[in-house]
Design a protein around this ligand. Structure first.
Ligand SMILES: [Zn+2]
Length: 288
């Protein structure tokens, strides 16, 4: 191949399932050295790598690792059952915002045990984070943001305060301002077909899931230009497997997982259905 023909991205006009399986398998077996500084995020990285293979229907590639992780989670389940009750990542000096409210709701939902969480107070906190423009900020009074908006809507859904397909069921008494939220979310699709996290920002692969997931919960994903979004995601698909944040960059594990999840929202063939609220496959979510 001529050097001028070689490119790690924009190499295919279709979703390449096999190359993504090889990418996530490689991430399970040997993380690139760039991740060495992320020691404290090991479990998160394992989640992206293993759940990526799960959505691709290829968990059999990493059976040994799965056994070790399953033992860990047996342990972890007992730990959370006995001490969980905080919405901070650590006990002292930590941030406190919608990300951790969402994590608390997701853990309680998975454990089927809400005794460690005051759902009414959590709901009030989330509602206070909805901004004048309809999106949600990480804390009350802050700028609307795609990730925070996903955390807010998915947490309300997990806690049982809102249902799927909100736009067809929305009433004036709905606890959130659905029309404004819908407008803000749809305005995040940009001219290149991708989705931005905030106004005046470039499209970014991960927001195709964060904002796309919100629109799916609202029942409004049909209003997105899905063909244009699919085209944007393909420009972020790497020859090595995985996805990059922007077209023209090398892939990373975080954007690979959320790129895959975004392809899933667009009902790409060959992928397991996704539980939007938890960001994992439906099979895993409802087998809990
Ligand atoms: Zn991103």
């Amino acid at each position: 191949m001529e050097d001028s023909e070689w490119s790690p991205y924009c190499y295919s006009s279709s979703f390449d399932k096999d190359i993504h399986i090889r990418f996530f398998q490689m991430m399970c077996e040997t993380l690139p050295s760039d991740y060495q500084g992320q020691e404290i995020n090991r479990l998160t990285l394992a989640y992206f790598a293993i759940s990526g293979l799960d959505i691709l229907g290829a968990l059999d590639r990493v059976l040994k690792m799965l056994f070790l992780v399953s033992v860990y989670f047996l342990i972890l389940n007992n730990f959370f059952s006995s001490v969980f009750g905080s919405f901070m990542p650590i006990h002292i000096g930590a941030e406190t915002d919608l990300r951790f409210v969402y994590c608390a709701a997701a853990i309680c939902f998975m454990l089927k045990n809400w005794s460690g969480m005051d759902r009414e107070k959590a709901k009030d906190y989330i509602l206070n984070c909805q901004s004048y423009d309809g999106g949600f900020g990480l804390v009350p009074g802050s700028e609307s943001h795609g990730g925070a908006t996903y955390c807010a809507v998915a947490a309300l859904k997990l806690m049982g305060f809102i249902e799927d397909d909100l736009i067809s069921k929305s009433t004036p008494s709905s606890i959130i301002n659905v029309p404004l939220l819908l407008e803000w979310s749809l305005q995040r699709q940009t001219v290149d077909g991708g989705i931005q996290g905030r106004p005046n920002k470039a499209s970014d692969t991960c927001y195709a899931f964060w904002v796309g997931g919100v629109l799916r919960i609202l029942g409004a994903h049909k209003f997105l230009d899905s063909g244009a979004l699919h085209g944007f995601l393909l420009t972020c698909q790497s020859q090595y497997g995985g996805c990059s944040k922007f077209p023209g960059k090398l892939p990373d594990l975080y954007h690979s997982y959320y790129g895959l999840s975004a392809f899933n929202l667009l009902e790409e063939s060959g992928l397991k259905p996704l539980c939007i609220d938890l960001g994992i496959s439906d099979v895993v979510a409802f087998g809990m």
